[in-house]
Design a protein around this ligand. Structure first.
Ligand code: PHE
Length: 487
């Protein structure tokens, strides 16, 4: 049977950008920029992007495209045992899918509440009641049925996007990739024309070069680059495996990475323009209203929007932005597994594979729609993002750079790409990227031991550690099969 193909180059690039551009672009990048030197943060960020991010993305595009398989078989083609790396990546990405979809379910609930900005003035209280939030992680409480329904809707949307593999994905991304960009532009125009927005933007843009002397800033820049490009999760390998073997690699990787960063930078204008307006309206300083992650999207932003004229309209636009930004990242996580399973069970129809995966994804997400859901989400996100992505990234560099041979992969992608990459790429993959990743990994472990994450009790921390180690152990237990390396 012939492998499925992207119908066009644009479809592939849209899907890759769609995966990369997600919630992190709107609630992580702007905040990190603000926190770590304003405009000066772009220096470590761009260095991280060019020195390690783009090389890793090229590696994954090249690997998937050369071997024409998802992550598991792609690594197994290098060495049978390396299939473990692929399994760890896709099991990790599946855990991310569990909770990423829950955040989309909250967004859906907020989208509905946007009509008439139902959160009122106390957005903190509204968030707690929307989630049925319990007082601590130990108090799990029952399922929040409203959110269960929202989660089911999200998984139906994901299923409709992936049910035919790349055939359906390529249609959906034609909307879900450009739509959030258009929405962000509208929201930014609104934000920067509000009184006080300039005050917020100053916090975002004004460079503080002293930040460059702080090691923490560099760690944040490199971590953000890995997270934002959706690498080391089996996603980009899977997507690239549906490209023709002779398709371009290097330009596609550069276009994907730069577009994604453009979306991040744009989102920063949306966020800080709005925060500047909010601070001015409330007569407080910008640092008093700044937030990131869940708090930014579901507590601070709803409040800021409530202060605007035509609040309902902008509330709807904002939550549509979140959903359209996030949904293609969510289904890319699903496609990483879908590709691996289809590689293994060639006879089973793709729509059945997708259905089973989506049902499992829905069931796995249920823990996050309990009263303690937010706490579990916080803990598991922290551990999986920091350890599985870094771990897989390190192993990936070793497997491809050292065992398979960085020169062989470079020879391949240069032979199919019009834009040729020099020897520096091999140096990045063999030395620089693994060194950076190992350094961050070690620093992270030291941090973890010094201060238990988020002040959570030990058992809860162990759940987070389990989310890293259990997939790794399972990866070792799955029988390994030899895969031929194509010429
Ligand atoms: N790249 C996405 C973002 O920035 C998140 C993501 C990470 C999605 C890893 C899938 C895998 O939000």
């Amino acid at each position: 049977m012939l492998r499925e193909r992207w119908p066009s180059r644009a479809a592939f690039i849209f899907a890759a950008i769609g995966s990369a551009a997600g919630l992190g672009n709107i609630w992580r990048f702007p905040y990190l920029t603000y926190k770590y030197g304003g405009g000066a943060f772009l220096i470590p960020y761009l260095i991280a992007l060019f020195v390690t991010g783009i090389p890793l993305l090229i590696l994954e595009f090249a690997l998937g495209q050369k071997i024409q398989k998802g992550a598991v078989d792609a690594f197994a083609a290098i060495r049978r045992k390396f299939s473990v790396i692929g399994w760890w990546a896709i099991l990790g990405s599946f855990i991310i899918a569990f909770y990423y979809s829950v955040i989309l379910a909250w967004s859906l609930k907020y989208l509905i509440a946007s009509f008439g900005t139902k959160w009122g003035t106390d957005t903190n209280a509204f968030f707690a009641s929307a989630l049925n939030l319990s007082s601590s992680v130990g108090e799990i409480g029952g399922l929040n049925w409203g959110l269960v329904v929202a989660l089911a809707v999200v998984w139906i949307l994901i299923y409709l996007s992936v049910f035919k593999g790349v055939k359906s994905v390529s249609k959906v991304v034609m909307i879900t990739m450009p739509l959030p960009i258009i929405l962000l532009i509208i929201l930014t125009i609104r934000a920067v024309t509000l009184p006080g927005s300039a005050v917020g933007l100053l916090y975002y843009i004004k460079p503080d070069l002293r930040a460059l002397l702080d090691a923490e800033v560099w760690v944040a820049a490199f971590s953000q680059v890995f997270f934002t490009l959706s690498v080391a999760m089996g996603i980009m390998i899977a997507y690239a495996s549906y490209q023709k073997k002779k398709a371009d690699v290097t330009k596609n990787a550069i276009i994907t990475a730069l577009s994604n960063s453009g979306i991040s930078i744009l989102a920063g204008f949306t966020v800080f323009g709005t925060l500047g307006y909010m601070a001015t309206q409330q007569g407080v300083a910008v640092p008093d209203v700044v937030s990131s992650g869940v708090g930014l999207a579901f507590i601070v932003f709803p409040k800021a929007i409530s202060l605007m004229p035509l609040a309902s309209v902008f509330a709807v636009l904002f939550f549509l932005t979140l959903i359209s930004l996030g949904i293609d990242s969510a289904f890319s996580l699903v496609e990483a597994s879908g590709t691996v399973i289809t590689d293994k069970f060639k006879k089973v129809k793709r729509s059945i594979v997708s259905l089973v995966i989506c049902i499992v994804g829905f069931l796995g997400g249920l823990i996050f729609v309990t009263g303690a859901g937010l706490y579990f989400l916080d803990i598991i996100d922290h551990f999986v993002i920091n350890f599985v992505i870094l771990g897989v990234g390190i192993l990936e560099c070793i497997a491809v750079g050292w065992v398979f041979g960085a020169h062989k992969i470079r020879e391949y992608f240069n032979s199919v790409s019009s834009f040729k990459i020099g020897r520096w790429w091999e140096i990045s993959i063999k030395y620089i990227t693994p060194t950076v990743l190992i350094t961050i990994f070690v620093l992270q472990i030291i941090n973890e031991i010094k201060t238990p994450y988020g002040g959570f009790p030990l058992w809860a921390i162990l759940v987070g550690v389990g989310a890293v180690l259990v997939p790794l152990i399972i990866s070792f237990l799955i029988p390994q099969k030899k895969v031929e390396m194509p010429a």
